[in-house]
Design a protein around this ligand. Structure first.
Ligand SMILES: *Cc1c(COP(=O)(O)O)cnc(C)c1O
Length: 375
């Protein structure tokens, strides 16, 4: 039996919608993107959503929209995909890492305040694996020090914590539709924001900073456009949006299937000696993006091999950012700088978790992991 680490959920009706766009005249950012943006904003109870080409682009544009750049510091987590901290570097600012919670792997909100300096401009929390960070506490600290909060919600469209959805307490939230995310168009991303002025600015920034989109130029009479600000080329296109539209409508059903699989894994692995699981914060809705187990650091890599030999696709989310070669060399980080993030990063294994995973396949994963860990 071969169990893929991930299989997307793009169905025939999603493909038909993309084909419809291909048969139309308008391929780039147009009405199909607009409809997706409205749907996403409605799902998240957000006033505005902006479609872009990736979550990395989304994070980068948010930093630019708030004027964050050289000389500024952005507080974030070392336990994430490198895109989070890289976006800060793209903006010319400096990422400042704060240690994570052992129970969830999320940035430890109780340690944030100590990392604030006069250069700090923003906090960029990551809702790791789909578990929302303590946004109430993060917002409180941000208000106290007049900081912007940009949520990296690449794992977490569906999350709720303390009655608050993703993006509601942040100034902006950034989403990914990358190939292995909860809903996907291969590549893609989005931003939600509250502020109407920032919405207008982000729409310009995603397309070179010009004040008229191709859709404006196509649907209205020709008028010259201008470029009031310098932007990037990050606009989502109609083909991507067409692939996402149906997945967004099914998002809660897709979540429910992952949630059932996640709970089954939890029940199966909680009693197994040598396996530690991350916690779902009581009263929160975990987006169930990744299911991870933690094992002892010295056993992890051999376990990865054993699981692959048993036909189970695996991944590692994540080896901490501060220990990646570039970060070590440019910022002098070393092992021991963030022991909790290093412990999780050194012992973590992600298991297959997606709606198309069958009960039988999940059973095979459970047997393979249990045997490999206890043998
Ligand atoms: C996938 C991911 C990103 C980057 O998303 P892209 O759409 O590939 O740019 C950023 N942060 C986290 C936590 C991710 O998992």
């Amino acid at each position: 039996m071969k169990i893929e680490f991930f299989r997307h959920n793009i169905g025939e009706e999603d493909i038909d919608r993309a084909v419809e766009v291909l048969h139309s005249i308008f391929l780039t950012t147009g009405s199909v993107v607009g409809e997706l943006e409205s749907g996403l904003a409605a799902y998240l109870d957000a006033p505005h959503a902006i479609g872009v080409t990736s979550c990395t682009a989304a994070l980068h544009l948010c930093l630019l929209a708030w004027g964050i750049g050289p000389g500024d510091e952005v507080i974030t987590t070392p336990l994430s995909f490198c895109a989070t901290a890289n976006s800060v570097l793209h903006a010319g600012a400096r990422p400042v890492f704060v240690e994570v919670e052992e129970s969830t792997g999320n940035v430890d909100a109780s340690l944030l305040e100590a990392a604030v300096t006069e250069r700090t401009r923003a906090i960029m929390p990551v809702h790791l694996y789909g578990q929302m960070c303590d946004m109430k506490e993060i917002r409180r600290i941000a208000n106290k020090y007049n900081l912007i909060v940009i949520e990296d919600a690449a794992h977490c469209i569906e999350g709720v914590r303390d009655g608050v959805k993703v993006g509601q307490l942040g100034d902006a939230a950034c989403f990914s539709f990358y190939a292995t995310k909860n809903i996907t168009s291969g590549e893609g991303g989005a931003i939600t924001v509250h502020d109407e002025g920032k919405d207008d600015l982000l729409r310009m920034l995603r397309l070179h900073g010009i004040d008229k989109s191709a859709a404006d130029r196509y649907t209205k009479k020709y008028r010259h456009w201008d470029m009031p600000v310098l932007g990037w080329k990050y606009n989502m296109d109609n083909i991507q949006a067409a692939l996402l539209a149906g997945q967004l409508r099914r998002i809660d059903a897709l979540w429910a299937r992952r949630d059932a699989l996640y709970r089954r894994y939890e029940d199966a692995f909680s009693p197994v000696r040598g396996i530690t699981l991350t916690e779902t914060v009581p009263g929160s809705r975990h987006a169930r993006h990744l299911f991870t187990i933690q094992v002892a650091k010295e056993k992890r890599d051999s376990l990865l091999l054993k699981l692959q030999e048993r036909g189970v696709g695996v991944a590692v989310n994540y080896r901490p950012i501060h220990l990646l070669e570039y970060y070590r060399e440019h910022f002098g980080y070393r092992e021991g700088d963030f022991p909790v993030a290093e412990k999780i990063g050194g012992g973590t294994i992600s298991l297959p978790l997606y709606p198309l995973l069958s009960d039988e396949e999940a059973g095979h994963v459970i047997r393979a992991v249990t045997e490999a860990v206890t043998s």
